[in-house]
Design a protein around this ligand. Structure first.
Ligand code: FAQ
Length: 329
């Protein structure tokens, strides 16, 4: 395959286009054909930056997202539930690692991304700044948070950047399983005692609105959407995905027997959309500004884990050094 560099050199030699113009034209052509951009390909600096931003934020979300659920591993109500929850939290760690690896192909190091996170310079999903006071929160996270994640991430499997799209395929398979285990926790609680039903409904009440905020600000206040959609990174707008998610939840809530906490939620035949109450964007902005219920705790715990893991990183680096010496000998 002809590389953009070859093309640009050949084109420039014929005096047709400058090197940059030829490389840009090839990139535009790949995007127009809905093909994939790979790490070896030339790409505009803004495309690279946008991907680093989104993929690293996504990776941080997976890693910080381990905390609200790990809170319940030691207190899960049975051995079976404990094993399932442990496996789920480990899956989230794996998702973080695939995503950090995908971001590294764009020229940023893992260390830099980690520093951005622990120094509070990077974003991660607002949802993980909420607390998990009851076991039912494990069900609500699986059903609502993993459910929202799938809705948002299935289209990302077709993202134009190859390593990101391919990472998303595997992540989405695992998130589907996570969503079902959350649904099943809630179903079991809803078929239990009055107190268990109240616990399940309480968790749904707590997580419903924050899960809608996961899709980001409304379209008319989303500065990145238009360009990300033009580059085939995002395939649908924030509001479209939010609508799709609500449409998925309504019949599932009926099966569960839970009430979605929005008195104005109803399908509007005329618009073909769900009418709903206004989302509390002040709360969203407060969480993004670091003033959510658990922002400080999440970052503190992440910093501690990073410091506690220093000896593992040193041991791994030393082992790699010795292996390299051995193979060079
Ligand atoms: N929280 O212009 P837009 C999971 C920021 S993984 C925090 O609309 P964009 C798995 C946004 O970054 C969940 N910040 O931005 C799991 C931007 O800030 P910047 C994470 C938010 O990128 C389950 C600014 O607002 N998923 O759940 C949020 O086009 C269970 C303006 O917004 C992903 O990361 C928010 N909710 O669209 C793990 C998916 N929303 O950088 C454990 C990939 C917006 O300009 C347990 N990401 N912001 O300063 C995306 O699809 C997009 O990045 C969006 C935002 C849709 C999140």
């Amino acid at each position: 395959m002809t590389s953009p560099a070859d093309l640009s050199v050949a084109g420039a030699a014929r005096g047709e286009q400058s090197g940059d113009e030829a490389a840009q034209a090839l990139f535009d052509d790949l995007i127009a054909k809905d093909s994939r951009i790979e790490p070896r390909d030339w790409m505009p600096e803004a495309y690279r930056k946008t991907l680093i931003r989104q993929i690293s934020q996504h990776a941080h979300s997976e890693i910080i997202g381990m905390q609200p659920e790990s809170n319940w591993i030691t207190r899960a109500p049975s051995l079976k539930r404990k094993a399932i929850l442990m496996a789920k939290v480990q899956d989230e760690a794996g998702h973080g690692l695939y995503l950090y690896s995908a971001a590294q192909t764009l020229g940023i190091t893992r260390e830099e991304m980690m520093l951005q996170l622990i120094e509070g310079r990077a974003r991660y999903s607002s949802i993980f700044n909420y607390t998990t006071p009851t076991w039912a929160d494990m069900g609500a996270i699986g059903w609502l948070v993993d459910g929202a994640a799938i809705c948002n991430q299935v289209p990302l499997c077709r993202a134009s950047y190859g390593p990101y799209g391919r990472a998303m395929v595997r992540i989405c398979k695992e998130e589907s399983f996570h969503q079902r285990q959350g649904f099943e926790i809630l179903l079991e609680l809803m078929q239990g005692t009055e107190a268990q039903r109240e616990m399940a409904q309480g968790a749904v009440d707590r997580w419903y609105w924050p899960s809608l905020m996961m899709f980001g600000p409304p379209d008319d206040q989303s500065p990145n959407s238009a360009q990300s959609m033009a580059w085939n990174i995002k395939r649908f707008s924030n509001d479209d995905l939010r609508q799709r998610f609500v449409g998925m939840l309504v019949p599932q809530a009926e099966v569960l027997g839970v009430t979605l906490p929005d008195p104005n939620l109803r399908f509007n035949d005329a618009t073909g959309q769900y009418d709903m109450s206004e989302i509390d964007w002040t709360e969203f902005n407060e969480v993004l500004a670091g003033r959510g219920p658990a922002n400080a705790e999440r970052l503190r715990r992440r910093r501690e884990a990073h410091e506690d893991g220093a000896w593992v990183r040193e041991a791994a680096a030393e082992y790699a050094r010795k292996q390299a010496l051995k193979s060079a000998a």
